[in-house]
Write a protein that binds this ligand. Structure first.
Ligand code: HEC
Ligand code: HEC
Ligand code: HEC
Ligand code: HEC
Length: 395
């Protein structure tokens, strides 16, 4: 079986980091079709020669030998994918709609050992740890990973003594398809206005980044680090957008009209900005006085996002910026006061905007998970941050 997989994967061009050789997408898809089967096959009994540590699926066990990966992973949303927002909903779903509850786990805690229905192998602690290293790397106790970056030297060449029997290496770990299994709804999944609710992989396929051969991993796992920074991380977002602000003149006099333009270019995000329905990006432009106070009635706000109803039946608007695209706001205002007036432009990111409304509505129908949902609601409000702010003196 292992030999078969290895034979199948031999000869596939390596994509992603290192050389930009094309990926053999068909072989990658064949591999991933088996790798991301749902439900994932239980690991089974401990293979002969494996210590308890080598057979353990717990992330902290991997961390004893892979401390860097473990330390990175712990800081990510993948490690928190069974947070209170999911756990609280699951409490009620499991009673009313167990089939849906199972479906949630296929992305949020996908191992068979993380499924409560699997008596005998279920591990509640492992479930609460979300998308663990084993979810991506371990199948039937065999380790899978990307091809080596360094050529194998004699000292590191395979031998029977290598922990967990070494690893089966495949370029599928460097291809965007690897992530699609959870970050792209299938054609028959929930769609609004003919766009799947999660469409990141297809957006990526149509992006300039994909044309240049950049995979999800190249941006989200730089140098193979297990970081997966996204919309919740200001630096990551700044790396993907270019914001410019300009006024039509250098100086103004009373009664002049100021015309300003703020542009947000999606210059480095490999998909729409933002890709999901959950974040909202708010552009606010206003005039402020010499004390920094907004002049009444001068503020204008514009939303960037895919605005859907809380019950997911309706898309109200979609102002996301496709990769390579640009969003512009024109601001015009007649100036009245004479001194110290400035134009202020701000861009605020609310990564969990949708969830705020969604958790609020869940709390109305009191359920068993209400304590967790209340905590998740609080978290959804606290994740907002200022991405950009600039003042331009006008007179
Ligand atoms: C007892 C130490 C030990 C434990 C525990 C351990 N590993 Fe490893 N792992 C290693 C060593 C050593 C290598 C390098 C093998 C080689 O060079 O072929 C390795 C290689 C790997 C690779 C290949 C990565 C690469 O590019 O070299 C993956 C993936 C991997 N381990 C995943 C895991 C996961 C997931 C866990 C926990 C479920 C885990 N390992 C637990 C020691 C360990
Ligand atoms: C097993 C399913 C699964 C796989 C495979 C997976 N993800 Fe995720 N990912 C999730 C879930 C679920 C979340 C949300 C976790 C949460 O916030 O509860 C997430 C969150 C993220 C985020 C953070 C989003 C934010 O809001 O900031 C990024 C970035 C990300 N994933 C990128 C990737 C990339 C790149 C890959 C492929 C290398 C990948 N993911 C593979 C399920 C998965
Ligand atoms: C196809 C994979 C997939 C399935 C199935 C799925 N999710 Fe998610 N979920 C994601 C991804 C990816 C994110 C990250 C979106 C983001 O925050 O940017 C996410 C985010 C979330 C979040 C917000 C982050 C958090 O931890 O609070 C909640 C809550 C959530 N999902 C609940 C559920 C529930 C409940 C179900 C089942 C009804 C479910 N999900 C099914 C992929 C999935
Ligand atoms: C060229 C670099 C690049 C590539 C390629 C790329 N991303 Fe991103 N991604 C970003 C940046 C920058 C952000 C932060 C801005 C944002 O949230 O859109 C981001 C954000 C995200 C988020 C946060 C949620 C959100 O609503 O924006 C997720 C999830 C994500 N990416 C998944 C993926 C997946 C899956 C792929 C591959 C199909 C991928 N990314 C390819 C750069 C990239």
């Amino acid at each position: 079986m292992i030999a078969g997989v290895v034979a199948l994967l031999a000869g596939i061009a390596v994509a992603g980091d290192g050389g930009r050789a094309p990926v053999d997408r068909t072989s990658v898809r064949d591999f991933l079709g088996r790798h991301w089967q749902r439900p994932i096959t239980p690991q089974g009994t401990r293979p002969p020669g494996f210590s308890a540590l080598e057979a353990s699926l717990a992330p902290e066990s991997c961390g004893t030998c892979h401390p860097a990966q473990h330390a990175d992973w712990r800081t990510t949303l993948h490690a928190r994918s069974m947070g209170p927002g999911v756990a609280g909903q699951l409490k009620d779903l499991r009673k009313g709609d167990p089939e849906s509850a199972r479906l949630c786990l296929t992305c949020h805690a996908p191992l068979a050992e993380q499924e409560p229905e699997r008596r005998g192998i279920f591990d509640a602690r492992l479930m609460s740890q979300g998308i663990v290293g084993a979810a991506c790397h371990v199948r039937e106790h065999r380790r899978f990973g990307p091809p080596r970056r360094e050529p194998v030297t004699a000292a590191s060449s395979p031998s029977a003594k290598i922990p967990h029997g070494g690893a089966i290496r495949t370029p599928a770990f460097l291809a965007s398809e690897f992530c699609a299994s959870c970050h792209q709804f299938s054609a028959d999944g929930l769609a609004l206005n003919d766009k799947p609710l999660e469409n990141t992989f297809e957006e990526w396929r149509a992006s300039p980044a994909a044309t240049r051969g950049l995979q999800c991993q190249d941006c989200h796992m730089p140098d193979r680090r297990h970081l997966w920074r996204g919309i919740h991380d200001p630096e990551m977002v700044r790396s993907g957008v270019t914001i410019t602000l300009a006024t039509d003149r250098q100086h103004y006099r009373p009664d002049d009209e100021v015309r300003a333009r703020l542009a947000i270019g999606n210059t480095g995000v490999g998909h729409h900005f933002p890709t999901y329905v959950t974040p909202r990006v708010v552009v606010r432009m206003a005039l402020v006085d010499m004390h920094g106070r907004e002049l009444r009635g001068s503020a204008e706000e514009h939303d960037i996002g895919r605005n859907v109803s809380v019950d997911l039946t309706l898309e109200r608007s979609d102002t996301r910026i496709p990769a390579g695209g640009r969003f512009t706001v024109e601001y015009r205002r007649r100036l009245e006061r004479t001194t110290g007036i400035r134009l202020r432009a701000e861009v605020r990111v609310e990564p969990d905007h949708f969830y705020t409304g969604f958790f609020e509505s869940l709390l109305n129908g009191v359920g068993e998970g209400s304590r967790e949902i209340a905590a998740a609601l609080d978290g959804s409000r606290r994740s907002r941050y200022e991405l950009y702010r600039r003042d331009i003196p006008l007179m």
